[in-house]
Write a protein that binds this ligand. Structure first.
Ligand SMILES: Cc1ncc(C[n+]2csc(CCOP(=O)(O)OP(=O)(O)O)c2C)c(N)n1
Ligand code: SF4
Ligand SMILES: [Mg+2]
Length: 308
């Protein structure tokens, strides 16, 4: 069953004082991730990005699927939903259309987003829904104790592939570029400051943004470790990459091996987001969720009863 999380009174205090402090985003629950898990860095980077953007907790909703990474909404003080495996994006789309004044951030893992939720990803990208999707990509199923995921490398030995993975891995970056995502970036937990900037860009971008973050699972993935990534990752922003050049971006997005580019690969700010194309959201009456239903309380209760 999905869990709905509301910001704590601390958030309301920050809201009424019109002042956000760094701790405004600290959740009530301490993360139970394994010591060293890359997801800690992603959580901190997201909190820093929201703080630096001056967003208040009640203006943000963080929505996840199922997995170690998908536990993140419980550790951050914003509105939140912990939904079903692979289902953060359709729920996020509904939230955005229902209340387009909210900043919608979907989070989860590589299994959640590129495996069971892959079809939702396809359609959220082509619709250019104005939300940010952060995938904590550890190239493994962490929560279920170490089976291959769609981004596991070929040949990798895991619990489900003791003789080596025979399947080809997907590369989400070119897939997102071709699929219609309008902000496509790759980060690394080991480069947190850089990640904060990528997340700020994604959250302020109007349209669908995907930030795939190499977030090592220190318990079950003994191949793609911090030590493996450190000498390989190359920050695009330090090498004059132009994210408006589609051909070059695609070339960089496909690069893998001894050198792996991280940073903002591709950005198209011109394509309208789904909500911009829905006239009902721009008739001057504000977000749908805040409008009068035009029916009596009794009628509303009867409807809710019928639906439940
Ligand atoms: C419908 C359904 N199928 C399978 C599962 C079991 N399951 C839970 S999490 C998970 C994979 C999680 O992997 P990932 O999304 O990469 O997250 P991580 O734990 O690595 O952060 C699976 C297969 C489930 N909860 N629901
Ligand atoms: S099992 Fe892996 S992904 Fe899950 S918390 Fe531990 S290190 Fe992180
Ligand atoms: Mg994973």
């Amino acid at each position: 069953m999905s869990t709905i999380i509301e910001p704590t009174p601390a958030a309301e205090t920050a809201q009424s004082a019109a002042q956000v402090v760094k701790d405004s985003y600290k959740g009530k629950i301490h993360p139970d991730w394994c010591p060293g898990c890359g997801d800690f860095s992603v959580l901190s980077a997201l909190q820093a990005a929201l703080f630096e953007l001056g967003l208040k907790p009640h203006q943000v909703v963080v929505i996840s699927g199922i997995g170690c990474s998908s536990n993140l909404p419980g550790f951050i003080n914003t509105y939140g939903m912990h939904t079903l495996h692979g289902r953060s994006l359709p729920v996020g789309t509904g939230v955005k259309l229902g209340n387009h004044s909210l900043k919608v951030i979907c989070v989860g893992g590589d299994g959640d987003g590129y495996g069971i939720g892959g079809n939702h990803l396809t359609h959220t990208m082509r619709r250019n829904v104005d939300l940010t999707y952060i995938v904590m990509d550890n190239q493994i199923y962490g929560l279920t104790t170490g089976q291959t995921s769609p981004t596991s490398s070929k040949g990798m030995k895991t619990k489900s592939t003791p003789h080596g993975n025979v399947e080809n891995a997907i590369n989400p970056m070119p897939m997102a570029m071709m699929g219609g995502a309008t902000y496509v970036a790759r980060g690394f937990s080991g480069k947190q400051k850089h990640l904060v900037e990528l997340l700020k860009g994604a959250i302020t971008h109007k349209g669908f943004s995907l930030v795939d973050v190499f977030s090592p699972c220190v318990t079950y993935n003994k191949d793609n470790t911090y030590q493996w990534f450190n000498p390989r990752v190359k920050i695009l922003e330090e090498h004059g990459h132009d994210p408006r050049n589609f051909q070059k971006a695609l070339e960089k997005a496909c690069q893998w091996g001894e050198e792996i580019p991280i940073g903002l690969l591709w950005k198209n700010p011109e394509l309208p987001a789904l909500e911009d194309l829905e006239p009902v959201l721009h008739d001057g009456n504000g977000p749908l969720a805040l409008r009068q239903l035009g029916i009596t309380d009794e009628q509303a209760q009867a409807l809710i009863k019928e639906l439940l």
